[in-house]
Design a binder for this molecule. Structure first.
Ligand code: ADP
Length: 455
C-alpha cells in the first residue's frame, strides 16, 4: 500500500473516531441535561399540586383539576396523583387512572422520600409530602415532547456532521498526504533516470530545513561520493592499463627482435635479461595493484592488539632481505614506560605494509638509501616517523602524492607506480590513523604516521 494512502486512512480513522466520540459525548450530555431538567419541572409541579390541595383549604379537588387542565404550562400527557398514608388515591389530575403505579413504587417513595424514574416513555417523579403528621405520596408524570424532539434534531445534526466530517477528513487526508509526499514522488522519477553515465544528476534540495530537503541533501552527498569513487575507479583502470601496456609493449618488441635468426647467443642472452626485467616490473605492478585493491574493503577483518615496534622491525627485516643495499635504522624517541602506548588495535599484515612502503620510499628516493625510523607516542597516539635525506617532494604535491598513481615530476626517473602512498593512507584510515608529510626538495622528507593506542 502506498504511504500516501496509508497516511490518508490513518488520518481519517483518527479524526473520524474523535468526531464520533465527540458527537456521542455531546448527545449523552444533552440527554442527561434534558431528563434532569424535566424531572425538576415534574418535581415543582408535584409540590405545587400538593400545596394547593393539602394546604390551601379554598381549593377543592375539582377546582384543582380544572386549573391543572387549563394551565398554560401544562405538560404533554401530564398526570398527577396524590395518595394518602393508606396508599388510597386521594387526588388524580385525570379522571381515568392511566398513570402506571404500583404498591412497590409507593412504598419506595415513602422509603426514599424522592424518586426519579420512567413510566414507559414518560418521566415520573414521586415525592413524599408531610403535613400535620400525615404523609402523602405524590406521583407526577408527563411526556417531554419538546425535549425529545430537540434530541431527535440534535441526533440528526450530529449524524450528518459526522458523515460530512469523515468525508472531508478523507479528502483532506489524501490532499495533504499527496502534498507532503509530492517531492518524494518527484525524487523517485528523478532517481530512476540516474545511471552510471549520469552520476552528476542532483536532486532539488529546495528547503534544506525540512526532512525532504535533508533527504535530498543526504542523497546528493551520497551521489557526490559515488561519483568520486566511480571517477577514482575509472582513473584507476585507465592508469593500470597504461602501466601494464608499457612493459607488455616492450616484451613484444623484445620477443620480435629475438625471433631474428641472425642474432648470436650473447645478443639472445641480453634480450632475455631485458625480458626478465620487464617481467619483474609486471610482477611488481600486479603486486601493487593487489595492494591497492585489498584494503579498499571498508573494514578490517582480523583485528588484534599489535605492538607497533614489532611490526616496524618485521617490516625492516623483510625489506632488507629483498633490498640488501637499503639501510634502515630504528630508534625509540623515549622508552615507553607503559607498553600500551605503543600497542594499537589493528590488522598486523596491513600495518606492516604501511611501514614497508614508507621505508622503501625513503631508501628508494635517497641516494644514500638510508631511512631513519623513530617510534614515539603521545597521550592518545603512537607516532612513527620515517625520515630520509633524499630528493624531497615539491610542496604543491603534498596532497596529490596520496592519490593512486600520482608521481611527482622529480621522481619520474626512479622506478615506481604511484600506488604505495595511497594504499598507506587507506590502511591508516581503516585504523582511524593519519599520515602527514614534511619535505624540502633536495633536502629530504619525513612521513609521520599516527595511530590511536589502546591505553
Ligand atoms: P611510487 O613510489 O611507487 O611512485 P608512492 O605512492 O609510494 O608510489 O609515492 C607516490 C609519489 O610520492 C612518488 O612517486 C614520489 O613522487 C613521492 N614520494 C613518496 N615518498 C617519497 C620520498 N620519501 N621522497 C621523495 N618523494 C617521495
Amino acid at each position: 500500500m502506498k504511504i500516501q494512502t496509508k497516511i490518508a486512512i490513518q488520518f481519517s480513522l483518527i479524526v473520524g473516531s474523535l468526531l464520533a466520540v465527540f458527537s456521542f459525548v455531546i448527545y449523552q450530555l444533552f440527554a442527561e441535561f434534558r431528563q434532569q431538567e424535566y424531572y425538576d419541572r415534574l418535581k415543582s409541579k408535584a409540590i405545587t399540586t400538593a400545596q394547593l390541595l393539602i394546604k390551601v383549604d379554598e381549593i377543592d379537588r375539582n377546582l384543582l383539576k380544572i386549573i391543572d387542565k387549563n394551565t398554560l404550562t401544562a405538560l404533554v400527557d401530564e398526570k398527577v396523583l396524590v395518595f394518602n398514608q393508606h396508599n388510597k388515591l386521594f387526588y388524580s389530575s385525570l379522571d381515568d387512572h392511566v398513570i402506571n403505579y404500583s404498591k412497590d413504587l409507593l412504598n419506595r417513595v415513602r422509603k426514599e422520600k424522592y424518586v426519579e424514574t420512567n413510566a414507559g416513555d414518560n418521566e415520573l417523579v414521586g415525592l413524599l409530602y408531610e403535613l400535620n403528621g400525615h404523609h402523602y405520596v405524590i406521583l407526577a408524570s408527563a411526556y417531554d415532547k419538546f425535549g425529545r424532539s430537540k434530541m431527535a434534531n440534535l441526533r440528526d445534526i450530529l449524524y450528518t456532521g459526522l458523515i460530512v466530517g469523515i468525508m472531508l477528513t478523507i479528502l483532506l487526508g489524501v490532499f495533504f498526504a499527496g502534498n507532503a509526499l509530492g517531492p518524494v514522488n518527484q525524487f523517485i522519477s528523478q532517481i530512476s533516470t540516474i545511471t552510471a553515465n549520469n552520476l552528476r544528476e542532483r536532486l532539488d534540495e529546495r528547503n534544506e530545513k525540512d526532512e525532504i530537503g535533508q533527504l535530498a541533501a543526504a542523497f546528493n552527498k551520497m551521489m557526490y561520493r559515488l561519483e568520486q569513487s566511480f571517477e577514482l575507479q575509472r582513473s584507476f583502470v585507465s592508469h593500470a592499463s597504461h602501466e601494464l601496456r608499457t612493459p607488455l609493449a616492450a616484451l613484444k618488441s623484445e620477443v620480435e627482435i629475438s625471433l631474428d635468426e641472425n642474432l648470436n647467443v650473447a645478443q639472445h642472452r641480453g634480450i632475455l635479461q631485458n625480458i626478465r626485467k620487464d617481467i619483474d616490473r609486471l610482477i611488481a605492478l600486479s603486486n601493487s595493484l593487489l595492494q591497492i585493491v585489498r584494503p579498499l574493503k571498508s573494514k578490517i577483518n582480523n583485528t588484534s592488539e599489535v605492538r607497533i615496534d614489532d611490526v616496524v622491525f618485521q617490516a625492516q627485516d623483510e625489506l632488507l632481505l629483498s633490498k640488501p643495499d637499503y639501510r634502515i635504522s630504528v630508534e625509540y624517541a623515549r622508552e615507553p614506560e607503559n607498553e600500551k602506548h605503543i600497542i594499537v588495535l589493528g590488522d598486523e599484515p596491513l600495518l606492516k605494509t604501511v611501514f614497508t612502503n614508507l621505508m622503501s620510499n625513503a631508501c628508494k628516493y635517497s641516494s644514500n638509501h638510508l631511512a631513519l625510523v623513530v617510534i614515539d607516542f603521545n597521550e592518545t597516539h603512537t607516532l612513527v616517523s620515517i625520515q630520509d635525506e633524499g630528493i624531497g617532494i615539491p610542496p604543491e604535491d603534498f596532497t596529490a602524492i596520496f592519490e593512486p598513481f600520482y608521481r611527482s615530476r622529480n621522481a619520474l626517473t626512479i622506478s615506481g607506480f604511484g600506488v604505495g602512498l595511497s594504499v598507506c593512507k587507506k590502511i591508516l584510515e581503516l585504523h582511524q590513523g593519519k599520515i602527514h608529510v614534511k619535505s624540502k626538495q633536495g633536502k629530504g622528507s619525513i612521513f609521520t604516521v599516527e595511530l590511536p593506542h589502546i591505553s
